[in-house]
Design a protein around this ligand. Structure first.
Ligand SMILES: [Fe+2]
Length: 230
């Protein structure tokens, strides 16, 4: 586990997607009373479960979009007292899971003081919910953007160059094509950009430590935002 900031950790594991090694990142946020929120959990190996539990007690498991749910069941078994909160659509996609809440624009009472959240509308492929950790000015996103750079394997770097998404915080051409309602998507992105974030954590690629808000605006230059963002 890498401590990014006060009460904020990340950890990664290898993960292949469409034949490419893109890795996957889990974020851990510690809330008051030593309660932990696990965002986009990766495989629950015994070592990782021990490491996480040394930080506090796992209270919330969050599957933040329709694609990041593969290891939720493992964590539920490892932490049976944790409640599970999933992106819209996962409730029907994973009827095998015991789900306590479907994520939307309103933060759960358990984390609303520390985290704000926005449901990214108009992009049903992911139905992602993006979080803002107030005290560390960190945006916690999943597939809203990638940040693939020199630390990725050569084939991944090449693919992201071809997709015009190498070395910067941006979605790929594939995501662009899958936006179904640009106006709704833009409105959600504007709400995200209202948060004063510096750092951006994404699930695939590097963490962007500083200037993340400006980077994200550049990464979404193809989707014209309000004039105030220019
Ligand atoms: Fe992903």
């Amino acid at each position: 586990m890498l401590e990014l900031d006060s009460d904020l950790w990340v950890t990664e594991s290898p993960l292949r997607f469409l034949g490419l090694e893109v890795g996957a990142r889990m974020t851990v946020v510690r809330l008051p009373d030593q309660k932990l929120l696990l965002h986009s959990p990766i495989a629950a190996t015994p070592d990782l479960v021990r490491e996480v539990q040394a930080l506090g007690s796992v209270a919330y498991l969050v599957a933040p979009n329709r694609l990041h749910h593969l290891f939720i069941g493992e964590w539920q078994r490892a932490c049976p007292d944790a409640s599970l909160h999933v992106a819209p659509g996962l409730d029907s996609k994973r009827p095998d899971l015991t789900i306590d809440g479907v994520l939307g624009d309103t933060p759960d009472a358990g984390w609303q003081r520390e985290l704000d959240q926005v449901f990214v509308a108009g992009f049903p492929f992911a139905n992602e919910v993006v979080f803002f950790h107030r005290k560390t000015a960190t945006l916690i996103a999943t597939d809203l953007a990638f940040n693939v750079g020199a630390s990725s394997p050569p084939a991944t770097r090449l693919a992201f160059r071809l997709a015009r998404a190498y070395g910067r915080l941006t979605p790929t051409l594939v995501e662009r094509l899958l936006v179904r309602d640009r106006a709704a998507f833009r409105q959600s992105l504007e709400r995200i950009l209202d948060w004063p974030f510096e750092r951006v954590v994404v699930a695939h690629g590097d963490v962007c430590e500083t200037g993340g808000r400006d980077e994200l605006i550049r990464g979404y230059a193809w989707l014209p935002l309000g004039e105030a963002r220019a």
